[in-house]
Design a protein around this ligand. Structure first.
Ligand code: NAD
Length: 411
């Protein structure tokens, strides 16, 4: 199933519960603007390479559009379109004054040198600099992009429009970024994992957690949950996977990844396991924190964790979601679970615009408050309406966007 189809199904479920008219549904589903651009660059070898870049600006009823930029060979327009709409519902679930957007370049960053990656990024900004900006659409990191990429974006944008640090978030702390942004998505996934465990009456110390993906989201989630006395019994990335029933040493994994170009292959602190084995592991919480579509009709029955917290965007296909619902597996959906990143991005944007800096404690405190409030609202809606957490989260997000759209006037 295409990613946009899957998200469309979740949207329709919420729209049915909210009794939205067909006309409003159509307005909310169609993106405001979709662009595809050519990115020609000279490689270090002197050869010419041409990549395709996308930016989809889905909805701005609640504020400037906001969303990550993904560098991955499989990026295509449908995926970016789906992820852009997800951002619209996500910013609304946590009630921050943004709409939704997403971008991507079909490129494998691992195959390019840092200089080549910088050239690709700057050429992309050359192609779309008139279409984004602090009051219009603000990119951020996503899979395959880092704080350095965000710094290049700000710098290249500034060549056209002058000093405007708020044109992009997730920047390095030494280059107009903020302390606490990099860890924010993982911190949010971790803190919401603790909330759902408490709500379900489960003991936190010793909770067995399996995490797929050990990049920004996976590694910070692992650290946060280990600090909360959970046991990280399995992790995997694109190169390897490891299991240790007593709990892996997250500090050692992070150090290994940092000294091995972000890869876990060769780590010797656990028994090897495949991604399929990780997803089906006997554990208490499963956290997909890598690619979309990894939980599907073919493997959902094999999942043994009673709780899934979606660190990645769109990791669960609708058929799998229905199976989890029938099996009474609690799923904390992406638009709530990983909203910590965009929330801290909002803090960065606010500070850039005010030319003022908060301390790390304020960032963490406000992040925990906003995510905690959103969790309680979604939990309450889920129990009062008798719907899964995902439908409740979509109801909250879609309902807010629909009301803002009508209040703004559509004529
Ligand atoms: P990242 O590039 O930092 O890390 C991605 C990780 O996934 C890496 O460890 C990589 O090796 C692993 N991976 C890739 N293919 C894999 C495979 N086939 N099997 C297992 N692991 C694989 O990316 P990230 O920023 O951590 O993003 C991860 C997910 O979280 C994405 O779905 C992204 O959209 C979502 N997300 C990220 C943020 C953020 O702030 N970075 C915010 C919200 C959601």
């Amino acid at each position: 199933m295409r990613p946009s189809e899957a998200i469309g199904i979740y949207f329709e479920r919420a729209a049915d519960q909210l009794d939205l008219s067909d006309n409003i549904r159509r307005l909310l589903l169609i993106a405001k603007r979709e662009v595809q651009v050519q990115i020609p660059v000279e490689l270090d070898s002197g050869e010419l390479a041409t990549y395709i870049g996308y930016r989809v600006q889905h909805n701005n009823a609640r504020g400037p559009m906001k969303g990550g930029l993904r560098y991955h060979p499989q990026v295509d327009l449908d995926e970016v379109r789906a992820l852009a709409s997800l951002m619209t519902w996500k910013t609304a679930v946590v009630d921050i004054p943004y709409g939704g957007a997403k971008g991507g370049i079909a490129v494998d960053p691992a195959r390019l040198s840092a200089r080549e990656l910088e050239r690709v990024t700057r050429r992309f900004v050359d192609a779309i600099h008139d279409l984004f900006g602090p009051d219009v659409d603000i990119p951020a990191p996503d899979m395959g992009t880092t704080a350095d990429v965000m710094a290049w974006i700000m710098n290249q944008y500034g060549k056209y429009h002058g000093f405007a640090p708020a044109c992009v978030t997730g920047k390095p702390v030494d280059y107009h970024g903020i302390a606490g942004r990099e860890e924010a998505t993982g911190r949010g996934v971790g803190s919401l994992t603790l909330k759902v465990l408490s709500r379900l009456g489960r003991r936190i110390p010793g909770t067995r957690v399996a995490i797929q993906g050990f990049g920004n989201v996976g590694s910070h989630t692992a650290r946060f949950l280990q600090d909360a006395e959970c046991r990280i019994v399995a992790v995997s990335d694109a190169t390897a996977g490891f299991h240790r029933a007593e709990g892996l040493d997250v500090g050692a994994l992070v150090k290994y990844s940092q000294t091995h170009a972000g890869r876990l292959a060769g780590f010797d602190g656990g028994d090897p396991l495949t991604n399929a084995e990780l997803l089906a592991l006997d554990c208490d919480v499963l956290i997909p924190a890598a690619l979309g579509g990894v939980l599907h009709a073919g493997n959902a029955e094999a999942v043994r964790a009673p709780i899934i917290v979606e660190g990645a965007n769109a990791p669960t296909e609708p058929e799998a979601d229905a199976i989890f619902d029938r099996r009474q597996i609690t799923v904390v959906p992406d638009i709530l679970a990983n909203a910590g990143g965009v929330t801290a991005s909002w803090f960065e944007w606010v500070q850039n615009r005010q030319h003022y800096q908060w301390g790390i404690h304020r960032v963490r405190q406000e992040l925990d408050r906003i995510l905690g409030d959103a969790f309680e609202q979604v939990w309450h809606l889920s129990t009062s309406r008798g719907v899964p957490l995902r439908t409740a989260a979509y109801m909250l997000g879609v309902g807010r966007v629909a009301r803002a759209t009508v209040l703004g006037g559509v004529g």
